[in-house]
Write a protein that binds this ligand. Sequence first.
Ligand code: C5P
Length: 220
Amino acid sequence: MIVTIDGPAGAGKSSAAHRLADRLGYRFLDTGAMYRAITYAGLQHGIDLTDEKALLQVALASEIQLAGDKIVLDEVDITNAIRTFEITTLTRHAADNRAVREHLTQLQRQFAAESKQTGQGIVTEGRDQATVVFPDAECKIYLTASEQARAQRRYEDLLNRGEQVDYTGVLEKQRHRDQQDLNRKVGGLALTNESIEVSTDDMTPDQVVDALEKIVRDRQ
Ligand code: C5P
């Protein structure tokens, strides 16, 4: 089974999707991490991220490995390095680049095909998983939360990483990113008719995973 979990930034998709995959014995795919990894690679190569052709070349030349909860780029572990405020802000260039999106879409479908061959389902998390990448997915979930709850989560996360940020700045950047995600012409964030919406505002992380597991098990 392919389980897609789409939704806005900061709704807690990554950790919920990861834990859900563990419970189901499925493989987990963090597609936001792939866009972040391409951004990181672009900075490493010193290219102008707004140069669409140059960024595509970097994407095509990069090897992204998703090993459990680790993200490895050309054999270097970049799991933490891609979670900074800087990478978060700059990733819009990779996300807005249609050729990069097409390339990552292929890699995501390849991940699903390989998993199918070994008899494993996947839980995939992002913005366009139900709409563009896996329109035929058996289970589509839209995970969301109020903008205050999402900004608070992101703010605490950045503080824990030792970054100097203020809540208002995080909230403003998030509003900006929400607009970018919703208005992106290809791969923009959208709720499909088949998606089940889960709002995590009044739920603990455990309750979120329980709710998601129930949704999937009801469809198995
Ligand atoms: O989910 P995460 O915050 O890690 O995503 C990083 C960026 O990549 C987001 O700003 C989002 O716009 C973009 N993204 C995307 N399509 C996806 C996953 C993420 O455009 N499937």
